[in-house]
Design a protein around this ligand. Sequence first.
Ligand SMILES: Cc1ncc(COP(=O)(O)O)c(C=O)c1O
Length: 449
Amino acid sequence: MSQRFPLPAARHPLAARFLDDAAAVGEAIERFGSPLHVVFPQVIAENAAALAGVLRRHGVPYEIFYAHKVNASAALLAETSAAGLGADVASAAELDRALTAGFAPDRIEATGPKSPAFIERIAELGVTANADDLWELDRLAAAAPAGSAVPVLLRLSGFASPAVPQSRFGIDLADADAALETVRRAPGLDLRGVAFHLDTADPAARVDALTESMAVVAAAHRKGLRPSVVDIGGGFRQRFVDDPEPFQSYSQALAAAAPGELVWPGHDPSVSHKYANHRPTTEVLERFLAAELERRPVAEVLRECMLTLWIEPGKALVDHAGVTLASVLYRKRAAGRDLVVLDLSRNQVTPADQEVLLDPVLVDGHGEPPAEGVFLAGRLCLESDLVSRRKVFLESEPSSGDVLAFVNTAAYQMDLSASFAGGHPPPPKIAAVLEGGRFAFVADDHHGS
Ligand SMILES: Cc1ncc(COP(=O)(O)O)c(C=O)c1O
């Protein structure tokens, strides 16, 4: 047996229970087909409670807005509504889904770049507009009926601190004064607060962005505006593995391997996500609230300034809240390598073409692990459209008709890149709920974002 480099994924107990229940998996595939996305609403509720627990422990007034773009599932959205969260929507379609799921307009905020039609609906409903640009503010000011108070957050960027990653989104701090003036003069707008969203887990970056954002809050007060919210966006992590060590061994082996040995010829292994995190997803929030801002914990500063903290988690809320199932069609040998061919397309389980560095699990697999690693191939047409461009080391030998489960796919993996390419529709999505020791399944009619 040549050397093996398995990258085992952490499994939530509920997901593990489902994947260990071959009869439940078989029933899901038989009723809804393969490939199949399965979401677990009970897990998103648990994640929401964990994040809320951190905020409560720190005594911070807060609201949690679920960043719906992470997964188009109606079941997950409905669960966050039932849990009392708000919804962060990025389009008119997401806004409609949030309303259908039971969110009142005052529990919805709209983020990201917005079309004129979307802005009109935001103004009409009184949804909070998290403004991405001065252009949006002007449109919003024109659309908001005089005498109304359409809530507005200014999404800020262009922070001076080198710790804060640069962003193409938001209003540059140099334009913050002009933005405040636009809101001040608009009879139908109400400055609710300021916002940012950082794509990093670094607490120092968030503290620096908060410090610079507080200066805008102070400037707003000097203009007679009354902001009461600081929205720090999402960017809280996922917990992918129980143990980071296999990643270290794999990375070392990859660096030393001959081209084409551990990855498909021509594949650039640097294009992958950070899958080695084993710390709880709540830790990023915890560290931020406990970090020091002018020698006092952030939580204390927020309380003293009577600011409500808004967060917009996507991936931290859906962490472990879904798996993707695909049947094995056949095994073959090609290009001198072992392939497992699945009835799945790369873009149905791979976010933005970033290689997923977690091993799928063979449902009902038993026996010895295969001596060699295999590449996972699927249905799309480019030579590079493998489901896995790296060799994966499965725990047991797959054969035709077996089901392979991709673990922890609810964050962006199900919908972000899915398309109808090749006439293959995005896989159906179902919600699986554990009730009285059995899994009950319901079709989830929203798929494809
Ligand atoms: C404005 C905004 N808020 C929240 C999120 C959710 O981020 P995450 O899934 O990293 O929590 C995103 C993601 O793109 C975003 O753009």
